[in-house]
Write a protein that binds this ligand. Structure first.
Ligand code: GDP
Length: 300
């Protein structure tokens, strides 16, 4: 996996630097606070968390009085970290349980980066000496299975796929069965992200999960969210959270946006930790999410 620090700095630090500059001003009048609020909203922090941050900072500034640059940085760092929920458990449940491979279900809207994230995650696990099976449960688009196959070939994972238009749940089941047969450590099931109707999605994902559970428990349900889609993506995320029990978020395309604030809003809204971040299209462009590293990268 790549390190978060160097990769984020370029696109995200404008947001952090802007906040630092505003907070360092001698006089913090209402206009400046409005600007701070705007800065947070523009970065996709979300309305409620923005209010909470501004309120906290106003109180802290009042207590502190005049501020040195290092005090401003420490104050903002502490505030952002609190909002990023450092207490959430970010363990990825990808280790096998005796004979049973760990099962990871990858869900999210099409185009968010599900297949890419599945491939990159397989790469990381294989790099750590694990055996991985990839299940192409997006049977609605032949291209999706082909793309996963390409990733499998590239990173050395076995790919289980079904006929185009076939039953996604049956592919998921076959992938888990293959995991047992091959004594794999982890089975990663890439699902279809058709957000046609909520009931349709619920039926589809519900069935995939139920069928897998005939053989094994699902250890991790990773919701893939495209950081560049901002609050729209958040709404989609909420629909998924209503239909499946999400255990972690993979936030993709953080390399392509200056809006890091989604890290705050998504965790606050869903109460689920961001566990992974996507930082590019390449096989090594996946990093574990570390709140402290993230905040330090933002603040420069
Ligand atoms: P899916 O439909 O959800 O499976 O999405 P894909 O995995 O096919 O990804 C959609 C597009 O986003 C592809 O062109 C990927 O290369 C690209 N992509 C995925 N993750 C990232 C990322 O972290 N950063 C960037 N820049 N592009 C990404």
């Amino acid at each position: 996996m790549v390190r978060l620090r160097g990769r984020l700095a370029r696109s995200q630090s404008a947001f952090g630097k802007g906040l630092l500059e505003l907070l360092s001003r001698d006089r913090l009048d209402d206009e400046v606070w409005d600007e701070i609020e705007e800065n947070l909203i523009t970065a996709d922090v979300g309305v409620a968390p923005t209010r909470a941050i501004v309120e906290d900072l106003r109180t802290k500034v009042k207590v502190l009085g005049t501020r040195t640059p290092s005090e401003v940085r420490a104050m903002l760092r502490e505030e952002l970290l609190t909002q990023i929920a450092p207490e959430l458990d970010r363990t990825l449940h990808v280790r096998p349980h005796g004979e049973r491979p760990a099962v990871v279900l990858v869900v999210g809207v099409n185009g968010t980066g599900k297949t890419t994230t599945s491939g990159k995650l397989a790469r990381v696990l294989i790099g750590d000496g694990n055996k991985v099976v990839l299940g192409a449960a997006d049977t609605f688009r032949a291209a999706a299975a082909d793309q996963l196959q390409t990733w499998g070939d590239r990173v050395g994972a076995t790919v289980v796929r079904g006929p185009e238009g076939g039953d996604p749940a049956s592919v998921a089941f076959d992938a888990v069965a293959k995991g047992f047969e091959d004594h794999a450590d982890t089975v990663i099931v890439d699902t279809a992200g058709r957000l046609h109707t909520k009931t349709g999605l619920m039926d589809e994902l519900g069935k995939v999960k139920r069928v897998i559970e005939k053989r094994a428990l699902v250890d991790e349900v990773l919701l893939v969210l495209d950081a560049t889609t901002g609050q729209n993506g958040m709404r989609q995320a909420q629909v998924f959270a209503e239909v499946v029990n999400i255990t972690g978020i993979a936030l993709t395309k953080l390399d392509g946006t200056a809006k890091g604030g989604i890290v705050i809003s998504v965790q606050r809204e869903l109460g689920v930790p961001v566990k992974l971040v996507g930082l590019g299209e390449g096989p090594d462009d996946l990093a574990p999410f570390d709140p402290e590293v993230f905040v330090d990268a933002i603040l420069g």
